[in-house]
Design a protein around this ligand. Structure first.
Ligand code: FES
Length: 245
């Protein structure tokens, strides 16, 4: 059963929103950082589909906020994790809890309530982690809870290497658009050259048979068998971190 069919049954929501005629890019989970690359004691900046984010650890969970303070739009990623675990803006020191609510405004007179205003909240996005990544969704957070995370099932937690698999993470900033990146991920014919000596070998270049195993909003998993290669087909899974300006 595909993700769309399960969504019609009501058990899960499909990535991309409820309108089957269009894909809403806000309504999908995106891996935004490898857990192993993050420091819990400081915020990290990231750009997802053109929007600047700040990723930070609130003592309980990894959080993803829009990287702008609701006060004067300073970058929260240039602030710090305060001694009490709140995300503190570098400009005037407003401090935020993990759900985005403003906990304190240092310049506020005693008894003031400006920090309780909805307008004093940082914009918090849906967040989670799995398979070694922090993941984020910018759309409806309650709906997102029913959208499966983009986990790679054969790989499990992406920390323990399962038999027959080679796991490696690389992070490269590539200045091109998301669709070009997707096209690259769906194109196994470049592997022998681009990834020579890692997951490829130039001597294996040639026609590639690709058996598409599914085609729905959760992605396009496939089984590729490079020409001339004997034995088991190569089952490769690529995960993309979208840092797209
Ligand atoms: S801009 Fe963030 S506290 Fe003023």
């Amino acid at each position: 059963m595909t993700a769309i069919e399960r969504a019609i049954e009501g058990s899960v929501a499909a990535a991309g929103g409820d309108d089957p005629s269009r894909f809403d890019w806000q309504e999908a989970w995106y891996p935004v950082a490898y857990l192993r690359d993050l420091a819990k004691g400081q915020p990290t900046a990231f750009t997802l589909l053109g929007e600047d984010l700040v990723i930070w650890w609130d003592g309980q969970a990894w959080r993803a906020f829009a990287d702008r303070c609701p006060h004067r739009l300073a970058r929260l990623s240039e602030g710090r994790i305060a001694e009490d675990g709140l995300l503190e803006c570098p400009y005037h020191g407003w401090a935020f809890q993990g759900d985005g609510t403003c906990d304190r405004i240092p310049q506020q007179v005693e008894g003031g309530t400006a920090h309780l205003s909805q307008r004093a909240c940082a914009r918090a996005y849906g967040h989670g982690d799995g398979a070694g990544d922090v993941v984020c969704v910018r759309g409806d957070r309650e709906r997102a809870a029913r959208v499966p995370l983009p986990l790679v099932e054969p790989v499990g937690d992406f920390v323990t290497e399962p038999p027959g698999w080679t796991l490696f993470d690389t992070f490269r900033d590539v200045p091109y658009d998301a669709l070009t990146l997707l096209e690259n991920v769906l194109d196994p014919s470049h592997l022998p050259f681009t990834h020579h000596r890692s997951v490829g070998n130039r001597s294996n270049a040639g026609p590639v048979e690709l058996e598409l195993q599914a085609h729905d909003r959760q992605g396009l998993p496939g089984l590729a068998r490079p020409a001339g290669q004997v034995g088991q087909p190569v089952h490769a899974v690529c995960r993309a971190l979208f840092d797209v300006a």
